[in-house]
Write a protein that binds this ligand. Structure first.
Ligand SMILES: Cc1cc2nc3c(=O)[nH]c(=O)nc-3n(C[C@H](O)[C@H](O)[C@H](O)COP(=O)(O)OP(=O)(O)OC[C@H]3O[C@@H](n4cnc5c(N)ncnc54)[C@H](O)[C@@H]3O)c2cc1C
Length: 291
C-alpha cells in the first residue's frame, strides 16, 4: 500500500485540474477507472465557455475563470478562442430568453438582444418567422475551449510536481483506518488524509462507498450528431447556437478549408422538430457521420 496526501477519484477535467492545483504543495495521485483520463464527459464535451449555464453562482464562477481560459498553455497553445454565442427563441420561449438575458447581463455588458436580421447575419440557415425563431440574445464573450490542451496541461503540471495518474483503477471500497482514508480497487490499496471525489456523474456512487450522503446524481447517455455541411455553406464563423430551453444546440467545428469541418448537435430530445422549427437548410446526417 502507498500513502499520499491527497487521493483524487476521477481523471476528468475536474479531477485533473484539482490534482494539478493541489500538487504544488501535496503528494497527489489521481485514480481513474478507464484506460485513459478524459474518457467520459471531459473527452466528449462541446467545451464551449458561455454565461448561459447555471444559476448566479455558476455564472460568477464562469466569469472568474475567464482570465485563466484567455491564457496559453505551457506549450504555447491558446486554451481557448473567441466565438459568439447566440440564444434563439420561438414565441413560447420569450420569457425564458428575457430571464436568460437578465441573468447573463449581471456578469457582462457584452450581452445584447438581437432581431431577425442580425440573427440571419450570424446564422443564415436559421428558420425565422411566427412559427419559428423570432428573437435572440448574443453573448460576445463566448469562447471555444481546447479540451485537449486543458487536460494535457493539467496532467503535465501534476507529473512535473511529482504527482501520478493511475488508470484502469476503479475504486470499489473507501474506509476510514487509523485517522486516514483507505481506498481499494481489487487487491490494490492507497491511503491518504484527504480524498477528492471527482467522479463526475458517478460521484454519488463514490459518495456512498465513503458513507457520504448522495446528492441525487445519476449518469445519463447523451448523443452527438456530427456531419459535414454542404461545400457551398461556410460555417467557420457561425456562432455557438442554443435554444433558451435545453432542446437543441449546435457548434460548428473547423471551417471551409478544413477537411474535417463538421457540425455537432449534442443532446436533442426534440430532434424531429429541428428541421421544421429551427434551421432551414441543414443537410441530412449520413449514417457514417453519426457517432
Ligand atoms: C456532449 C456533451 C457536451 C458538453 N458541452 C459542454 C459545454 O459546451 N460547456 C461546458 O461547460 N460543459 C459542457 N459539458 C459538460 C462538461 O463536459 C462536464 O461538466 C465536465 O466534463 C465534467 O467533468 P468531470 O471531471 O466532473 O467528469 P468526467 O469527465 O465524467 O470525469 C469523471 C471521471 O471519473 C471516473 N470515475 C467514475 N467512478 C470512478 C471510480 N469509482 N473510480 C475511479 N474513477 C472513477 C470516470 O471514469 C471519469 O473519467 C458537456 C458534456 C457533454 C457530455
Amino acid at each position: 500500500m502507498t500513502s499520499f496526501d491527497v487521493l483524487v477519484i476521477g481523471g476528468g477535467i475536474a479531477g485533473l485540474s484539482a490534482a494539478a492545483a493541489l500538487s504544488t504543495h501535496a503528494r497527489v495521485v489521481v485514480l481513474e477507472a478507464e484506460a485513459a483520463p478524459g474518457y467520459h464527459s471531459s473527452g466528449r464535451s462541446a467545451t464551449f465557455y458561455h454565461l448561459g449555464i447555471g444559476n448566479r453562482t455558476v455564472r460568477a464562477l464562469t466569469t472568474f475563470s475567464r482570465p485563466f481560459f484567455e491564457q496559453t498553455s505551457d506549450q504555447g497553445a491558446p486554451l481557448s478562442t473567441p466565438k459568439a454565442a447566440l440564444w434563439i427563441a420561438r414565441s413560447d420561449m420569450i420569457d425564458g430568453l428575457n430571464a436568460l438575458y437578465d441573468g447573463m447581463r449581471m456578469f457582462s455588458d457584452q450581452v445584447h438582444h438581437v432581431g431577425v436580421p442580425e440573427m440571419l447575419d450570424l446564422l443564415p440557415v436559421l428558420r425565422t418567422g411566427p412559427d419559428a425563431i423570432i428573437a435572440g440574445v448574443v453573448d460576445e464573450t463566448g469562447r471555444k475551449l481546447d479540451a485537449d490542451a486543458l487536460q494535457q496541461g493539467f496532467a503535465r503540471t501534476l507529473r512535473r510536481n511529482g504527482g501520478q495518474i493511475e488508470t484502469g483503477v476503479r475504486v470499489d471500497s473507501i474506509t476510514r483506518e487509523h485517522g486516514a482514508w483507505l481506498l481499494q480497487s481489487g487487491d490494490k490499496a492507497w491511503r491518504a488524509g484527504v480524498v477528492v471525489n471527482a467522479a463526475g456523474a458517478w460521484a454519488d456512487e463514490v459518495a456512498r462507498l465513503a458513507g457520504v450522503k448522495p446528492l441525487g446524481l445519476s449518469p445519463l447517455r447523451r448523443t452527438i450528431i456530427a456531419f459535414d455541411p454542404p461545400d457551398n455553406i461556410e460555417t467557420r464563423d457561425w456562432p455557438f447556437v442554443k435554444t433558451t430551453v435545453d432542446e437543441f444546440y449546435m457548434l460548428p467545428e473547423g471551417g471551409a478549408c478544413s477537411p474535417r469541418r463538421s457540425m455537432k448537435f449534442p443532446a436533442i430530445p426534440s430532434m424531429r422538430n429541428l428541421r421544421t422549427t429551427t434551421l432551414r437548410s441543414l443537410p441530412t446526417a449520413s449514417k457514417n457521420t453519426l457517432r
